[in-house]
Write a protein that binds this ligand. Structure first.
Ligand code: NAD
Length: 419
């Protein structure tokens, strides 16, 4: 059903329009606002969306002309480059990989009305590994919380039981100057943050915003971890430490939060099974300070969902840019989802200037951890290093004497450097 916009509607016309819209809302229909908006029109349509939501509409969207498309998310740009690298390495090493593509987050809301549709769910269930861009953006910020893009991300992580999030923070020697810390503090830095991903305060129930008896509103969340949840992430972190320098630092807030008193107890218990690993404990506030004071003291860090979220972003800046940081989220069998640590960067999306290396390095992690193709992963990492040696930089890691390149040029250079 189409409802044309009216410049100066009469009372009757407005009343008919509102009745029609109310009917659409009652029938859970999608309401699409279309128009060649100027900037005021775009603002007006956001107001209209808000009004329709207040009337109870679940699915409202508006089509925006290309000239307003900045700020909708950089996922397609960076995933495209990562995919070209993957295609090339697939061919070069005869990996025999097959690909399918699904939508998650905002693009899925636009097409299906929900952030994680059954179509994508079916594809993910069959895949050996998943490569994800990033979700979210201002276009979807007005939506009701339960159907926001980020909910799609939480749902796929939770449904596939991707409880272990690996976030390496490696400072390439070529980029030591791009870090906000002195080069000598970060050159050669190589730490791994193991973050619990499907529990803790991001998932704990009860949660919500309620109105108290005195009329004041109160927001509340629940921070909880069961022993088995702590045990499986703990074991995973000890295993990672065994493959590296055998030093594990568990980060908690056991001086204040009971959930993390249990966390510390369980970590101590597991440590007896890994006598070669040196386990230490650190409160999260101190860990944040130590990460910027002397980051090279760490080898592997293990922590809960929220602390890991924050600490890994701080670690990102040690490496020069969040645009350099890949990540992996694994289930208990090593099947996983791979994505850059950064978000959809709406401030630079659509301009062709984003750094695709975090996503390209996520592809390398995918080959190593889920597909058992370490040689192919090495090739990608070596190609990235060659490109940095040649002085090619996107804006976020630009340094003196280097050449600034676009997202596409950076992708081209990595593809060319694959040997
Ligand atoms: P962000 O990571 O998108 O951006 C933070 C800053 O880093 C911005 O200045 C951005 O320009 C820059 N940046 C990010 N990626 C870059 C890249 N590849 N190259 C160069 N610079 C880059 O974080 P934000 O601004 O807090 O969030 C924006 C949106 O992304 C929000 O909707 C948020 O919910 C979503 N988000 C999604 C994920 C995910 O999908 N895993 C993670 C974080 C944020």
């Amino acid at each position: 059903m189409a409802l044309p916009g009216l410049l100066k509607p009469s009372f009757d016309q407005l009343s008919i329009a509102l009745d029609l819209l109310q009917k659409c809302i009652e029938e859970d229909r999608r309401i699409l606002i279309v128009g060649d908006f100027d900037a005021d029109g775009a603002t007006a349509s956001v107001v209209a969306i808000k009004a329709l939501r207040l009337m109870g509409a679940k699915y409202v969207d508006f089509l925006v002309p290309n000239r307003f498309k900045h700020g909708y998310g950089l996922s397609p740009e960076i995933v495209n480059e990562a995919r070209r690298v993957l295609d090339r390495v697939n061919e070069l090493c005869d990996l025999g990989l097959n690909f399918s593509e699904g939508l998650l987050g905002g693009a899925s809301i636009d097409k299906y009305g929900v952030p994680y549709a059954d179509e994508t769910r079916a594809l993910s269930a069959q895949a050996d590994a998943i490569l994800l861009g990033a979700v979210g953006g201002p276009k979807w910020d007005q939506l009701e919380r339960s159907i926001r893009p980020e909910r799609g991300l939480l749902a796929i992580r939770s449904e596939l039981d991707l409880f272990s999030n690996l976030r390496p923070a490696i400072t390439y020697p070529q980029l030591a100057d791009a870090s906000s810390l002195k080069p000598e503090l970060v050159a050669g830095l190589d730490i791994l943050i193991v973050r619990e991903l499907t529990g803790g305060i991001y998932f704990g129930e009860p949660r919500g915003i309620r109105t108290l008896e005195n009329g004041e509103r109160e927001g509340y969340n629940t921070y909880k971890y069961s022993e088995s949840e702590i045990e499986r992430i703990g074991r995973n972190a000890f295993e990672m430490a065994m493959k590296r320098d055998k030093r594990l630092c568990s980060v908690d807030k056991a001086n204040v939060l009971e959930a993390t008193v249990l966390w510390r107890e369980v970590m101590d218990r597991i440590s007896s099974e890994y006598p070669e690993v040196e386990l230490s404990h650190m409160y999260v506030d101190n860990a944040a300070m130590q990460l910027v004071r002397a980051p090279k003291q760490f080898d592997v860090m293990v922590t809960g969902n929220m602390f890991g979220d924050i600490l890994s972003d701080a670690a990102a800046m040690l490496t020069g840019s969040i645009g350099m940081l890949p990540s992996a989220s694994l289930d208990k069998n090593g099947r996983g989802m791979y994505e850059p640590c950064h978000g959809s960067a709406p401030d630079i999306a659509g301009q062709g200037i984003a750094n695709p290396l975090a996503t390209i390095l996520s592809v390398a992690m995918m080959l190593r951890y889920s597909l058992d193709m370490a040689a192919a992963a090495d090739k990608i990492e070596a190609a990235v290093s060659v490109v940095l040696d040649r002085g090619l930089r996107t804006g976020d890691i630009m340094g003196e004497g280097c050449r600034q390149v676009s997202t596409r040029e950076m992708g081209d250079a990595v593809v060319d450097a694959l040997r």
